[in-house]
Design a protein around this ligand. Structure first.
Ligand code: ATP
Ligand code: MG
Ligand code: MG
Ligand code: MG
Length: 492
């Protein structure tokens, strides 16, 4: 009876195209093209950066853009916008998500943007206005930026009660794409999943009951390399609404994972796993972190599928290293927490294609290749995973006797010699209620960084920072020390 996600997406595009003369443009690849300031495309506006800045090639089709609308695939797993650590812990941050957006390039500005957003949400999607809160930029004295009173008045004129119009500072209401780039004050729309109360105090507090759904940014500046703000020649509107969050609202679910964008995946994971079904628990209630594992895997397989389809492969630097980390986390949750067999992760790809295939036809075309890449990378990691888990267990047994904290040297070895992403090591320890000695670990990391920069300066390479497996190391021809090998043999 509720609106399927594919229709939620469709309704958004149709509203701006048919009612407000926007041109529908396709999603760009998640791999940023010609923008070294980004690891992944993290917002719908990325591809329009030259339009905002007024540097667009006059022969490009973008030169004629005034009003456009799209649904952009986004990845937030590195750089300024990095949500990797939240994924699985909460029910509304993903590493891959779709951002619905509409833009005005020197055309309409604040008033029309707010009015269109409000009308779409309350009239077309039928969200009760008394579940919504709006925020606006409250100014920042230190940077000499004034409060956006204009926007506050626009919301009042639209009939939003003053108690639901809330000022926030730079962190929440001044949007920036990265360290540099187009930016400006923003106004956001938040939804109270509970209702029948005053929830103003919960806005922007990371409370799952009141979730930010739509951001309307008034692009007026460019953040320069020296961190100053340069006023742009024309003002633009850049909006972004998370499809998964909107769908959860419209399907009456508290969690994005309970919508049709995720339930087929959770079912497919259950079929392959040796664990009970997904039950939606979070935090302490989620014993053994089984539900978290479900969420992480469902999230990560979407990210892996989309990134590989767009040509980002698990690898050794930049976005590729991030993707490798995501793959290894997913493999580990599949095998160790959900007790799924080798190959289970890749076998979820057809379900991802089923869910996202009509929006992103490349996925179906690339499905076989995506499956191969995931299986190949999983196979590389498996023996390390076994060694690593045994090493952790042995260390735990030793710790029970001595009662000491988890040694940083062991965490570092897991990372350096067995290719465990450090965030994965942390997760595995956290599951046992143990913390690594972070100070000592930081010391080891900076020692390694120093060594790497010496290598770049021409000193003979001694260690590979993040080794996949002994066989791979030997095949790679990368110089390595005997210590690395000795360590491996000691494990075997
Ligand atoms: P949050 O405060 O919840 O982390 P944000 O302020 O970082 O969100 P924006 O940069 O304003 O998000 O992005 C615009 C919209 O994209 C958000 O209002 C939200 O609906 C959606 N969004 C942002 N990050 C994520 C994510 N990691 N997963 C799913 N949707 C997201
Ligand atoms: Mg965020
Ligand atoms: Mg926010
Ligand atoms: Mg925001």
């Amino acid at each position: 009876s509720s609106l399927p996600a594919s229709q939620v997406r469709r309704t958004f595009l149709d509203f701006f195209r048919d009612k407000h003369r926007h041109q529908v443009v396709p999603s760009a690849s998640v791999r940023p093209i010609g923008d070294p300031s980004l690891l992944f495309v993290n917002a719908g506006m990325n591809q329009f950066k030259p339009v905002f800045l007024g540097t667009v090639d006059p022969r490009s089709p973008m030169a004629s853009y005034r009003r456009v609308v799209n649904s952009q695939r986004c990845v937030r797993a590195g750089g300024k916008h990095n949500d990797l650590d939240d994924v699985g812990r909460d029910v509304y941050h993903h590493t891959f998500f779709e951002m619905l957006g509409n833009w005005s390039f020197g055309d309409y500005f604040k008033e029309e943007a707010c009015w269109m957003a409000w009308s779409l949400l309350t009239e077309h999607y039928g969200i009760p206005a008394d579940r919504l809160y709006v925020s606006y930029f409250g100014g920042d004295a230190a940077s000499g930026l004034l409060a956006d009173e204009e926007t506050r008045h626009i919301w009042l004129d639209l009939g939003v009660p003053p108690t639901r119009i809330l000022p926030f500072g730079l962190k929440d209401n001044f949007w920036e794409m990265g360290d540099t780039g187009p930016c400006g004050p923003c106004t956001e729309i938040h939804y109270d999943h509970v209702g029948g109360r005053d929830a103003a105090g919960l806005v922007n507090t990371d409370n799952p009951e009141v979730v930010e759904i739509w951001n309307l940014v008034f692009i007026q500046y460019n953040r320069e390399v020296d961190h100053s703000l340069r006023l742009l020649p024309q003002f633009s509107v850049d909006t972004g609404m998370g499809l998964e969050r909107l769908v959860s609202v419209l399907q009456g679910k508290r969690s994005n994972y309970d919508t049709d964008l995720f339930t087929p995946l959770l079912d497919a994971i259950h079929q392959r796993s040796g664990a009970g079904p997904y039950s939606g628990r979070t935090g302490k209630a989620d014993e053994g972190h089984v539900d978290r594992a479900y969420r992480v895997i469902a999230d990560h397989i979407r990210t892996l599928s989309v990134c590989i389809a767009d040509g980002i492969h698990p690898g050794m630097s930049g976005a590729e290293l991030v993707l490798r980390r995501i793959l290894r986390r997913a493999v580990r949750f599949c095998i160790e927490v959900l007790k799924a067999p080798q190959g289970a992760l890749a076998s979820l790809v057809p379900t991802v294609v089923h869910i996202l295939g009509d929006a992103y036809p490349d996925l179906a075309r690339e499905a076989d290749r995506i499956i191969d890449v995931i299986n190949e990378n999983e196979a590389h990691f498996l023996s390390s995973l076994q060694h690593g888990s045994r090493l952790i267990q042995r260390t735990f047994r030793r710790m029970e006797i001595t009662g000491s904290p988890f040694p940083a040297s062991v965490a570092w070895s897991l990372h350096r010699d067995l290719g465990f992403p450090l965030d994965l090591v942390n997760l595995m320890l956290e599951e046992r209620g143990v913390q690594v000695d972070h100070q000592e670990l930081d010391r080891l990391i900076s020692k390694n960084q120093k060594m790497l920069s010496e290598q770049q300066a021409g000193v003979r390479p001694r260690l590979l920072p993040d080794i996949l497996s002994l066989a791979e190391l030997q095949r790679s021809g990368v110089p390595h020390t005997d210590d690395t090998l000795k360590y491996r043999y000691r494990l075997e």
